[in-house]
Design a binder for this molecule. Structure first.
Ligand code: NCC
Length: 276
């Protein structure tokens, strides 16, 4: 299989991946009693367009990066899971426009999802690993973590905060782009939040800057910038096809290798900017 160049990869992504979210009119949800808690419109019609955006990975290499001011200078900032800003502003900034969370975070007691103020700024977007090619009813009856019960509880407590759930089709469309561009078979687990969030922002922004997804010279085994926990698998992947995701992002990067080395910064065009 020939290796596609960066511009071709970008167009392939734009043409084959759609950021879709669950809406209140969608079966099987539309016939459930709580359907009205789901947004009436998809995320992409409510949020953006933004000019310049930042995606902040949770990597330990953000520690001592001093990137906070640069990150906050973007029009919109996406963060992941339980990654805090309080106490880490110098390195990661303080603006949160969108927070992408996996269903494990919503369900685990440690993260105090329903009560912590960590989740209260910006719009929330949740996702749950669904089995490859499962339909929505199959997934609804057997989610990985109780994403829907937690969603309903959160919505009752915070009815005004925008809160979307990604359609599992999006996860697998992204997965297929990774697989089609790799010579060997990759594990049938969904891509990490990092890549899903990057592609989400490519559909909302003119230009997307991703920080410490491709590690800089600060590369470390420290898993997260906010926790004293060391594991190289956080950067290289185990459950998620993270190494393959990073390979793809490296090929699509329009910034310099020097930007990666010094700032851990990748620059990607928004889909609307591409002439495919
Ligand atoms: O660790 P996590 O991800 O929350 O990180 C968000 C995204 O940042 C990128 N990352 C992170 C650390 C690192 N050293 N290098 C990186 O490149 C990755 O792209 C990652 O997706 C997830 O993807 O949702 C994940 O969530 C955690 C965990 O569920 C949450 O942090 C809540 O505790 C997963 N960890 C475990 O299940 C133990 C992780 O595998 C993926």
């Amino acid at each position: 299989r020939p290796k596609l160049s960066g511009p071709k990869l970008l167009c392939q992504l734009k043409d084959n991946v759609e950021v879709s979210t669950l809406t209140s009119d969608l079966q099987p949800f539309s016939s459930l009693s709580w359907a009205a808690q789901l947004p009436p419109n998809p995320l992409t019609s409510d949020l953006g367009p933004y000019r310049s955006c930042a995606v902040v990975s949770s990597a330990g290499s953000l520690r001592y990066s001093g990137l906070g001011k640069e990150i906050d200078s973007h029009d919109a900032v996406l963060r992941f899971n339980a990654a805090p800003t309080t106490g880490y502003e110098k390195d990661v900034g303080s603006k949160t426009t969108i927070r992408l969370i996996n269903s494990q975070v919503m369900a685990s007691d440690d993260h105090r999802f329903l009560s912590s103020s960590l989740y209260s700024s910006g719009a929330l977007v949740a996702w749950d690993p669904a089995p490859f090619s499962a339909d929505l009813t199959q997934w609804y009856n057997r989610t990985d973590y109780p994403i829907f019960t937690q969603y309903q509880r959160y919505r009752r407590l915070h009815p005004m905060q925008p809160f979307y759930i990604l359609h599992p089709r999006f996860e697998w469309q992204v997965w297929q782009r990774i697989q089609d561009n790799m010579a060997e078979p990759i594990q049938k687990n969904p891509p990490s939040s990092g890549l899903l969030g990057t592609i989400l922002m490519m559909s909302l922004c003119e230009v997307v800057h991703v920080y410490e997804f491709l590690p800089s010279r600060r590369k470390t085994e420290l898993c997260h910038y906010y926790q004293r926990f060391y594991d190289a698998a956080c950067t290289l992947g185990a459950y998620h096809p993270l190494l393959y995701e990073k390979n793809l992002v490296k090929r699509m990067n329009q910034g310099s290798d020097h930007d990666i080395y010094t700032h851990g910064r990748v620059t990607l065009p928004g889909f609307r900017q591409l002439n495919c």
